[in-house]
Design a binder for this molecule. Structure first.
Ligand code: FES
Length: 209
């Protein structure tokens, strides 16, 4: 075989090798893609175990003896920067605790665009809208007039919010201490990760038990 023939052969072998390598690379890429589509990656774990992600903390808020009807108490839960309103309504309410079943708490973050709303007792008006007079205990959002019914689990009774405000699950011990022990659905505004699990959404990155 002449020198020219040898050069031709080695070029042919190189081309064959290059083609085989690209086919293998493409097949590998396609199968990874198929794997990703049929078996999507789980939500990020943020380095926490499943138990840590799904266990709400138990946090003392106040004592029954220091509550007055229609005087709200603001507290953060379940994260340090998530304000909630706790209030003794003076009338029995859905999910209410205490001897009268009238102590409730809700996320203070409006489900429309995330403004903080305020508690408005019956027969009073929010500072931003004197033409509205509450006929029951409500949360009123001055950004766009969202209204939440505090006696019925935070359901929307006015304005643009698309869903209720999440209710904080409360417990009262024999000393009258009131604790936050969890949050009901829907997820606090701004925390939805696409998971169906509210506790996952809420506890995602910051709670370490
Ligand atoms: S942000 Fe509350 S009604 Fe729009």
């Amino acid at each position: 075989m002449g020198e020219r023939e040898e050069k031709k052969n080695s070029r042919r072998n190189f081309l064959k090798l290059a083609m085989t390598a690209s086919i293998l690379f493409m097949v590998g890429g396609i199968s990874s893609l198929l794997r990703a589509v049929t078996n999507p990656a789980p939500p990020p774990s943020y380095g926490l175990t499943k138990t840590q992600q799904r266990t709400f903390p138990k946090v003392k808020i106040t004592n029954i003896s220091s509550l007055e009807v229609n005087k709200p108490v603001i507290f953060n839960y379940p994260l340090d920067n998530e304000p909630n309103i706790l209030v003794k309504l003076g009338t029995k309410a859905q999910g209410g605790v205490g001897p009268e079943g009238d102590i409730v708490a809700f996320s203070q973050i409006c489900q429309h665009l995330g403004c903080y709303y305020n508690y408005i007792p019956p027969n009073s008006s929010p500072s931003c809208n004197s033409s509205y007079k509450a006929d029951k205990p409500v949360g009123y959002c001055c950004c766009h007039g969202g209204i939440y019914d505090f006696t019925e689990g935070g359901k929307v009774i006015g304005g643009p919010p698309p869903r209720p405000v999440p209710q904080v699950k409360l417990e009262v011990d024999s000393n009258g201490d009131i604790y936050a022990v969890g949050m009901g659905p829907p997820t606090i505004f701004g925390h939805n990760t696409g998971s169906n699990d509210v506790s996952y959404d809420l506890l995602g990155g910051n709670i370490v038990s």
